[in-house]
Design a protein around this ligand. Structure first.
Ligand code: SF4
Length: 219
């Protein structure tokens, strides 16, 4: 298993240059924009998220006050490109309402100690483990690896965790061998690896650099 983990880390590192720009973009946006983007990203591509965010920006709708001040139809229109737009519009509006009622900013919240910040974030509507960890990793530089569907699939196929493992088990198993200062890049790199090689359907095992060590290889 140690050999497999070392190999996975090496493979992930080959993607770091490819994903550095995504990391830079995450650094540039506000915590609120990243949170809204993560909600929009459910069941759609990152390209569509970017279009929806551009629509929100062009309508001046990326602030809590404005989101709460407009008719929900206007929000829906801006989000239409990302699918499930009615649900997403409602979630974002509810989120804005909760943040306003809270009275403290998202940045104050994520600057709490990591466990406290995660618990508080998960009290927000539409914020689960992954969304909370994305914010902590990319806006609070917390040493955490957010686990999305690609990452979970790869960890299970490689046997790093059992098939039935839940979010926290996957996260902790990966954090056990990835250095603190690489965890954000590792998260992005594994997503890229999952999109290009270890795909959900028909993984490209014949060209996978992990095939010699992978118990799930198909060819
Ligand atoms: S060998 Fe196949 S299943 Fe295993 S990690 Fe590579 S692509 Fe995924």
């Amino acid at each position: 298993m140690e050999a497999l983990k070392n190999r996975l880390l090496k493979v992930a590192r080959t993607y770091y240059r490819t994903v550095e720009e995504v990391l830079r973009n995450f650094n540039k946006v506000s915590s609120f924009e990243l949170l809204v983007s993560t909600i929009i990203s459910q069941n759609t591509s990152w390209r569509n998220v970017e279009k929806a965010i551009a629509n929100l920006k062009s309508r001046g709708l990326l602030s809590i006050e404005r989101i709460l001040g407009v008719d929900v139809k206007e929000l829906e229109e801006a989000l239409r490109v990302a699918g499930l737009y009615k649900v997403k519009a409602l979630r974002i509006r509810e989120l804005a309402g909760r943040l306003k009622a809270w009275g403290s900013s998202l940045d104050e919240l994520i600057s709490l100690n990591m466990d406290e910040a995660r618990a508080k974030l998960m009290e927000l509507p539409a914020v689960g483990y992954k969304t909370a960890d994305v914010l902590l990793a990319f806006k609070a530089s917390a040493p955490v690896i957010p686990v999305d569907t690609h990452i979970e699939r790869i960890a299970k196929r490689l046997g790093i965790v059992k098939r039935g493992s839940r979010y926290e088990e996957v996260r902790q198993a990966l954090e056990g061998f990835v250095p603190h200062d690489e965890r954000g890049l590792f998260h992005l790199a594994l997503i890229e690896f999952g999109r290009k090689i270890c795909k959900s359907r028909r993984p490209a095992c014949s060209v996978c650099p992990l095939r010699g060590l992978c118990p799930s290889r198909t060819s």
